[in-house]
Design a protein around this ligand. Structure first.
Ligand SMILES: *[C@@H]1O[C@H](CO)[C@@H](O)[C@H](O)[C@H]1NC(C)=O
Ligand SMILES: *[C@@H]1O[C@H](CO)[C@@H](O)[C@H](O)[C@H]1NC(C)=O
Length: 355
């Protein structure tokens, strides 16, 4: 099977930002099999389809990254009225505005800002990780940021090349965000804020070598932060997100919308802050336009006065209570040596769900 394969050329742009750009050269080579059929992935815009064909090797990590982002979103928002239940097809988060206004990801709320930031961070993160694991010939370890070794350690292992992951995420996630409208401006900003979080939190990870744990030789490499830490950080950014207003300008290319901070007495958002320009609904009733599934039948905590408590989660509609039997391991005994045996017990739980 003869297939067109592209390779990457990394061009240093500005010394200041050390940003690189993806430039494509092409060559013919034969690949044994094609792992992904780009055309069969729903929701890709033409530029993303081209991206998929050009970077077919890293597409699994791109998809993996979006999934990682959504899982983290669901962790951060578990138990809340909006719990980050999004569309089935995760990649469509960066896809076209399918049915104008009908898809949550085309909303301009705080929640949409968070989803974009965490998903584009997820793509950068997963691509970077898989490059360091050597799964693609297109990328590998970072040799740009070595610098002199420190006191008592030397460089070793594989430094994760987060800039490459960020670059890939920028190409893929921002592919459709080139319209001159406010939504594009918002998505571009939040996607970048998510990715920047990774670059800001790169740190040295070290390992000791030597007889029986002595640290005779210590080697260090650059590592990405824990993804949970990124999720916590972006959740704080969600809580402090900046509300913007849309401004229209007449430019030579036509009308262009930009975003300006709504309340001038608040701190202006930096490139690391999340921005939005539409208020969120209360998420009590289902409304596909805003990504609200409503809270009917959601499990709530009857003894909590917080957001996951029945009062708030059920929006004052009250709740139903039923009992549920669950099988659990119990009376576990540790046998010398070495196994554990348990019995199975049935426990009865009260389950409360919103009316
Ligand atoms: C999130 O909300 C949806 C829609 O209300 C619900 O079906 C789902 O079970 C919830 N997930 C969790 C983990 O609570
Ligand atoms: C319900 O809320 C109470 C009080 O906040 C807490 O102690 C308890 O662990 C919660 N239960 C569950 C199942 O989350």
């Amino acid at each position: 099977l003869i297939m067109l394969q592209f390779f990457l050329v990394l061009i240093p742009q500005s010394a200041e930002h050390r940003r690189r750009s993806l430039a494509l050269g092409q060559q013919y080579s034969s690949l044994g099999s094609q792992p992904i059929l780009c055309g069969s992935i729903p929701g890709l815009v033409p530029k993303q389809l081209r991206f998929c064909r050009n970077y077919i090797e890293i597409m699994p990590s791109v998809a993996e990254g979006v999934k990682l982002g959504i899982q983290e979103c669901q962790h951060q928002f578990r138990g809340r009225r909006w719990n980050c239940t999004t569309i089935k097809d995760n990649l469509a988060i960066f896809g076209p505005v399918l049915d104008k206004g009908k898809l949550f990801t085309s909303a301009s709320t705080r929640e949409s800002a968070f989803v974009h930031a965490i998903a584009s961070a997820g793509v950068a993160f997963a691509v970077t990780r898989s490059c360091a694991e050597g799964t693609s010939t297109m990328c590998g370890c970072d040799s740009h940021h070595k610098g002199p070794p420190g006191e008592g350690w030397k460089w070793g292992g594989c430094s994760e090349d987060a800039e490459f992951g960020v670059l890939v995420s920028r190409e893929f996630a921002d592919a459709r965000e080139n319209r001159p409208d406010a939504r594009s401006a918002m998505n571009r900003h939040n996607n970048e804020a998510g990715r920047t979080t990774i670059l800001d939190h790169m740190h040295l990870r070290c390992k000791c070598h030597g007889l029986s744990g002595s640290c005779e030789v210590k080697t260090c490499w650059w590592a990405q932060p824990d993804f949970r830490m990124l999720g916590d950080y972006l959740k704080d950014k969600y809580d402090s997100a900046s509300e913007m207003v849309v401004e229209k300008h007449r430019e030579s290319r036509g009308w262009v919308e930009t975003l300006r901070v709504k309340y001038n007495f608040f701190k202006h958002p930096t490139e690391r802050d999340l921005v939005y320009y539409e208020g969120s609904p209360n998420f009590c009733e289902p409304n596909p336009e805003t990504g609200s599934f409503g809270t009917r039948d959601r499990a709530c905590n009857v003894s909590s006065h917080g957001i996951e408590g029945c009062d708030l989660l059920c929006c004052g509609r009250g709740h139903n209570t039923r009992t549920e039997k669950r099988k659990e391991k119990c009376h576990c005994i540790f046998h010398w040596c070495c196994y554990v045996s348990c019995q199975e017990c049935v426990r009865v739980y009260d389950v409360h769900t919103c009316k």
